[in-house]
Design a protein around this ligand. Sequence first.
Ligand code: DAH
Length: 342
Amino acid sequence: MDNQTMVTNLINTARKAFTQASDLKALDALRVSLLGKKGELTGLLRGMGQLSPEERPAFGQLINQAREAIEQMLADREGQLKAQEQAMRLQAEAIDVTLPTDLPRLGAPHPNTKVLDAVVDCFVGLGFEVVEGPEIELDRYNFELLNIPKNHPARDAQDTFYIDDNIVLRTHTSPVQARVMLSQKAPIRIICPGRVYRADEVDATHSPVFHQIEGLVIDKDVTMADLRGTLGAFARQLYGDSITTRFRPSFFPFTEPSTEVDLTCIVCKGAGCRVCKGTGWIEVLGGGMVNPKVLKACGIDPTVYSGFAFGVGLERITMLRYGISDMRWLFEGDERFLRQFS
Ligand code: DAH
């Protein structure tokens, strides 16, 4: 076999071997076997020693051409294999963002929170400010300054959690009224949402821990009509335009006169049903004109200023809003219940 044929054969075998090299590792092994120190091309070159001096240049050129051809094939195949491997890796690592996940379900605002947000929106829209007070409260704020005398039944240990003689878990949000009157100047326009405590047994309408929202307005010439208008706006915003208020005389030590406020029954819209016991009205909150004794005790001159106040149970208005028949649902944290509000 002449040199030319040997080299041509080598190139042809190499071409075939390159197409068969299926990964970069096989390709590298092939490179070593063709171009390496002990490779085939080097082997051919060694044969040059047996050639005559005249034959050598042509043979050398032949070998160089073969080396160039093989190196080109190597580079081409390497490019192909790298592209292939990258394509495979991209495919293997691809993330299908449309697949369903095992992420935990997201929570949602508690029904109490939703209603409180609506109440806050309503009163902030009317120019009220939101204020908070402590849940562990001094007897002075919870009772004394609100004109609740020492012998008042609300002070009984059966109704109130006492920490000691002077400290209680607040039984209502009304003490925030006293705190604000003592620390701010009139005019005052606030609501105070928060947790309150009573030594009650748990049942469908009672819980030892619940929430109230207190309202207080102090200014010149504030009248019962302002209370009526404010609570009317509140009722309409929360339950719709067909809902109105009805005031019934009542008694609270910190308001004079005091009123119990009913709303048009949210279920029957006033026609009479089981929820409103046929009356067309449901009792939802207490309020009245701030007792001048309370104004005076809190440093506000009752000959210049007057005010109204009210207190409403958050659980009560939430239950009415969503037709929840048992208060315990609001405290038990059962997901089957809570999920219905997400
Ligand atoms: N603090 C009262 C209660 O817990 C509710 C209340 C009634 C608050 C009349 C007031 C009010 O501000 O004027 O039952």
